[in-house]
Design a protein around this ligand. Sequence first.
Ligand SMILES: NC(=O)C1=CN([C@@H]2O[C@H](COP(=O)(O)OP(=O)(O)OC[C@H]3O[C@@H](n4cnc5c(N)ncnc54)[C@H](OP(=O)(O)O)[C@@H]3O)[C@@H](O)[C@H]2O)C=CC1
Ligand SMILES: C[C@H]1O[C@H](OP(=O)(O)OP(=O)(O)OC[C@H]2O[C@@H](n3cnc4c(=O)[nH]c(N)nc43)[C@H](O)[C@@H]2O)[C@@H](O)[C@@H](O)C1=O
Length: 315
Amino acid sequence: MKETKVYIAGHRGMVGAAVLEIFKSNGYSNIVTKSSSELDLRNQQAVRDFMSEEQPDVIVLAAARVGGILVNDQNPYPFLYDNLLIQSNVINAAHENNVDQLIFLGSSCIYPKHAKQPIKEDYLLTGSLEPTNQWYAVAKITGIKLCEALNRQYGRNYVSLMPTNLYGPRDNFDLKSSHVVPAMIRKFHEAAENGHTPVKLWGTGKPKREFLHVQDMAEAILFAVENEIKGDIYNVGTGKDISIKELAYLIQKIIGHRGEIIWDTSKPDGTPRKLLDVSKLHSLGWKHSKELQDGLMETYRWFLQNINQLKEIKL
Ligand SMILES: NC(=O)C1=CN([C@@H]2O[C@H](COP(=O)(O)OP(=O)(O)OC[C@H]3O[C@@H](n4cnc5c(N)ncnc54)[C@H](OP(=O)(O)O)[C@@H]3O)[C@@H](O)[C@H]2O)C=CC1
Ligand SMILES: C[C@H]1O[C@H](OP(=O)(O)OP(=O)(O)OC[C@H]2O[C@@H](n3cnc4c(=O)[nH]c(N)nc43)[C@H](O)[C@@H]2O)[C@@H](O)[C@@H](O)C1=O
């Protein structure tokens, strides 16, 4: 058993739950968790009190306001403000309580909309952001800079991991706020059940995205903690991308939907491409292990088993 005390913020979410599972299965027995109703991380005093009481050795910050392209675009204020509060409160309380190690999760949308591909970590702040998620991206960039400032001024080891688009068990399948993978799984499944009716997808289908299974993400986090990796930012992805149209055909085939696909071009495309250069983390020894088709088939199986309890986020 490992005695390191780990606080996983956001353990009921897709990433946090996978992190909790992998830490437990790797022998960590001293894990602290709190749901948002037990501890609202936007409340600075509550976070301070909690941190000074618990004194964790390691924090995985996987709590955030998260969502797909449309919910980001339509809710600029909570995506900016809530994320600023959550991350500032946790990172500052970690520093005040001399927490040794913290893993902050950013997102590949922090990089410039028209960044050179594949995107290296040092392309951050070299161009303007994609408008649909600029609010969330600005908050995440601030989180990265808070960690970087603490590392530089106080010698902390607070590392920011930049995940590409994630998917997997416990994803958000609410069609208004979800990301593209759970949205497509639900839409094709329901259309197939209803006699192969047409499926309406968003945008042109031309943008490309890179997808990483959440279990690989959790493994990257465990890898970062156990190897005490140093440095400010590491991209986390597969290094491979696919167009949204190709993704639609793949999911349609997995589900067995035989109807038409309609592209609703009144909905945004977002960034044309955001393929991450993952060589920095690869050079330390981490690599993903689940390929997209297998990961999608597994996620669809999870969806079928949990169809009655799908969570929805409230805004
Ligand atoms: N999903 C993706 O494609 C990507 C995600 N990321 C990042 O990974 C991290 C995890 O994302 P993911 O697991 O998908 O998100 P989820 O929406 O699945 O989970 C987010 C978690 O954050 C918690 N949370 C939200 N607000 C608060 C609050 N005010 N106080 C306390 N807890 C709160 C929720 O807790 P509760 O359930 O208790 O309410 C929830 O469990 C985030 O930082 C996200 O930005 C980065 C790139 C891509
Ligand atoms: C992880 C990342 O997630 C968000 O960015 P995004 O990559 O654009 O996210 P998305 O998964 O919602 O869409 C990907 C693509 O897919 C297309 N698309 C087709 N049909 C559906 C559909 O039915 N639903 C959704 N959501 N998208 C669809 C959609 O039009 C877009 O072209 C950021 O806000 C930001 O928060 C962030 O960090």
